[in-house]
Design a binder for this molecule. Sequence first.
Ligand SMILES: *[C@@H]1O[C@H](CO)[C@@H](O)[C@H](O)[C@H]1NC(C)=O
Ligand SMILES: *[C@@H]1O[C@H](CO)[C@@H](O)[C@H](O)[C@H]1NC(C)=O
Ligand SMILES: *[C@@H]1O[C@H](CO)[C@@H](O)[C@H](O)[C@H]1NC(C)=O
Length: 470
Amino acid sequence: MASKKPHAIMVSFNLQGHIVPFVNLAIKLASKGITVTFAHLEFVHQQISQSQNSTQTDLFAAARASGLDIHYTTISDGFPLDHDRSANIDEWIANYRDRFPENVDELVRYLLQSDPSFNYFLVADTFCAWSEKIAEKYGLVNVSFWTEPALVFSLYYHLELLREKGHVPVNGRRETVDYVPGIRSINTRDFMSYFHDTELEVLHEYIFQAFDVVKTADFVLCNTVEELEAETISALRKKQPFYAIGPLFPPDFAVSNSLMPEASSGEWLNSKPPGSVLYVSFGSLATIDRRVILEIAGGLLVSGVNFVWVVRPGMVESGGGGVLPEGFEDVTRDRGVVVPWCSQKEVLCSRAIGGFLTHCGWNSILESVWCGVPMICYPLFTDQITNRKVVVDDWRVGINLCEGEHINKEEVAEKIEFVLSEKRSEELRKEIEKVRSTLEDAVTVNGSSERNFDGFVQQVRNKICRRCSH
Ligand SMILES: *[C@@H]1O[C@H](CO)[C@@H](O)[C@H](O)[C@H]1NC(C)=O
Ligand SMILES: *[C@@H]1O[C@H](CO)[C@@H](O)[C@H](O)[C@H]1NC(C)=O
Ligand SMILES: *[C@@H]1O[C@H](CO)[C@@H](O)[C@H](O)[C@H]1NC(C)=O
């Protein structure tokens, strides 16, 4: 029994910011000699294929060609492919929570029956609250993968404590919280948006439920670096096996994981002087107030800097017409590029980029630090609010876009000029170099993330063997 090979069953979550590190995790597991079956939601598969103009049925073909034992399949979320999922999010979540597990069950049962020569275990995003049912039913060792910082994990983890003390819902108060194990001090202002909201929707309930579930997980993996969140991680580790294994970045071969077609601005960037270009992106998900877009456009006009701006169709909350002010693209034609989506790490690591105006998604932050690009922060919702604190207050590798309640183009221009001026942003650049080398060290052969990952793989192997020999 003990000689059976471990086989990870991985079912991915539907959001872009979760898909990217989850795919990288699959490759990382396979690179340690673990067999992987990876399932995307069917509609996610379709979206990725379409964005690549590809009829590819196996998104991991290149990974397998490079020698990794990764199998690929898709799984239905229960809706027809052309169903408009964003039109009724509550319906989708309720279905995902209540009915979708049956489809996962079918996949797991099929795998277990079709090849019993493996020891299977389950790897799911922490937001996949269904994992518990499946793991329990089949007695599978289970792993929960957290795509945000350990700080955010810990706050969700201690939701009940925060509620007892009356700090959640935040309800507009600004109070310092210093009693969460492993978190020395945080202002309630910096809590994730879901802790601020007083009215709980299906989404809130779902996420909070996911944190009841994660407490039962055999292992938790987090896309962070131990040295950067040592106290928080060591407090969490007293409760559960918790491994910092980040930053998880893509391998050398191609794996399609983008839900939107990526435009290339490489040639244009190469024609610009080093550090002269501001990269602006608010990520793949959030919508943003048109007023904010106008002030940022105004700030770009006033500052006169070069820029690459990711403007997703549909990123503005309301109103018809284009996202950008009329004539903006004409006026800035010789110094700006507007793209609907792009390969962000590639852009950030171009020598031409001198700053990143970001919504503070965790992947964006890791990529920006990795490429040594200081940030201007404009968080919109969810963990972005808390991540801003990490970037600006803890690591001091970024600044806030606006200090007050309201954003105006003069302040935007001032912040842009500050970050793009190598002299004025010298402190930020010094600090980012420290954090950057911490990230880099973590993923070297003897670095903390690499050692943690190896330790995790060893523990999983041991646990699988113990469980199957009983
Ligand atoms: C996909 O096809 C469309 C329409 O033919 C084209 O505009 C786009 O550039 C193509 N995208 C990729 C990634 O090849
Ligand atoms: C993990 O497995 C244990 C033991 O089977 C089970 O009790 C628990 O509910 C599972 N948790 C998750 C998150 O899958
Ligand atoms: C990693 O650590 C091992 C054991 O301590 C050592 O032999 C090896 O030289 C180290 N490798 C690197 C690249 O530092």
